[in-house]
Design a binder for this molecule. Structure first.
Ligand SMILES: NC(=O)c1ccc[n+]([C@@H]2O[C@H](COP(=O)([O-])OP(=O)(O)OC[C@H]3O[C@@H](n4cnc5c(N)ncnc54)[C@H](OP(=O)(O)O)[C@@H]3O)[C@@H](O)[C@H]2O)c1
Length: 312
């Protein structure tokens, strides 16, 4: 499988490039190199603080005639400080300007968490807006407007649980087509996968390599013995095994790299196939472990807890 098909038959390449924590001075080279070697899907977000550099790289790739705009699938995300119907179009305008694009292929609500205007990362309770004040259904109306104006081809969400999805569905004219969530062999999200299938939504796996930020070495995904053994047997790298497992479950992956060799290695996952036996062994690794635990949304007396964000 190389692409996920949307309801209107548009196809999103199943493997894309992540750009979170790609420093502005590195991301230009990473995106341009990625496009040169064949990446056609770039995952961005206003919150990553590097959309201008990503835009410069996309612009350069188009100028060099490596690709046309239509060859690329570009995703971006509405930051938490722009929840609320009236704030979506202005936020999209900034993202499109930074990316030097006149449309996005996919626009997602980044988190089911709302912040006061201008807040990058919250420090105190008053930096947040409770969802009772700015309901997700209200922000979703703004997302639908982006679609109706033709500035976005598809709309979706990120980090949404079953309840968040259900709430949006109560008023949605255009249903979300994507939920981007953390997924890898240690966090397989089986229930959420079934719910998204029920709503005819695709999933994209973020942190598909385990994000590599967890200090607990016993939980380093790419050092897992099962993954390493399969990698050796199939002449793959551990990263390729982790990516192939998720892809073979019908889920898109967006591994981040700013390293040329690893960019190529990740893309070459598409040339490999795990066996049913490999898939069964990898299925057994699920431990519901989140590398991105959402605890950064918890402050004293604040309206959000990680528990409420993840669980229904
Ligand atoms: N929606 C959300 O809330 C959300 C949250 C987190 C992430 N995301 C998206 O998902 C993307 C991926 O997630 P992520 O960046 O957190 O984590 P990730 O892609 O799982 O892991 C990235 C880390 O793995 C390293 N790496 C890449 N390829 C490798 C390979 N073949 N072998 C060994 N190490 C490798 C990278 O280092 P090098 O760069 O040095 O190769 C980097 O340190 C993000 O970039 C972002 O676009 C979305």
């Amino acid at each position: 499988m190389t692409a996920l098909k949307f309801r209107n038959n548009d196809e999103m390449p199943i493997l894309g490039l992540g750009t979170f924590r790609s420093e502005p001075n590195e991301v230009y080279d990473a995106v341009l190199s990625a496009i040169k070697i064949g990446y056609r899907h770039i995952d961005c977000a206003a919150a990553y603080g590097n959309e201008k550099e990503v835009g410069n790289a996309i612009g350069e790739a188009i100028k060099q005639r490596l690709v046309t705009r239509e060859d690329l699938w570009v995703t971006s995300k509405l930051w938490n400080a722009s929840h609320g119907e009236e704030n979506v179009i202005p936020a999209l305008n900034t993202t499109l300007k930074d990316l030097q694009l006149d449309y996005l292929d996919l626009y997602l609500i980044h988190w089911p968490v709302a912040l006061r205007k201008g807040t990058e990362m919250p420090e105190k309770a008053c930096d947040f807006i409770p969802l009772s004040e700015v309901p997700l259904t209200n922000t979703w109306k703004g997302m639908e407007a982006t679609l109706e104006q033709g500035r976005v081809k598809h709309i979706g969400v990120s980090n949404f649980n079953e309840n968040h999805l259900k709430e949006i569905m109560t008023t949605a004219v255009h249903r979300p087509e994507m939920n981007q969530v953390e997924m890898h062999p240690f966090l397989q999200q089986k229930e959420l996968k079934a719910i998204c299938a029920h709503y005819d939504m695709h999933l994209t796996a973020y942190a598909p390599l385990g994000s590599l930020v967890d200090d607990n070495s016993s939980l380093r995904l790419l050092e897992n013995d099962t993954i390493k053994t399969i990698a050796e047997a199939r002449h793959m790298s551990p990263a390729q095994v982790a990516l192939a497992y998720t892809i073979q479950r019908g889920i898109a992956v967006i591994p981040k790299s700013t390293n040329e060799a690893r960019l190529l290695q990740n893309l070459e996952t598409l040339n490999h196939m795990l066996t049913e036996e490999d898939m069964a062994l990898l299925k057994g690794l699920d431990k519901g472990h989140r590398f991105i635990d959402g605890k950064f949304w918890e402050v004293e007396n604040g309206p959000y807890t990680a528990e409420k964000i993840w669980n229904t």
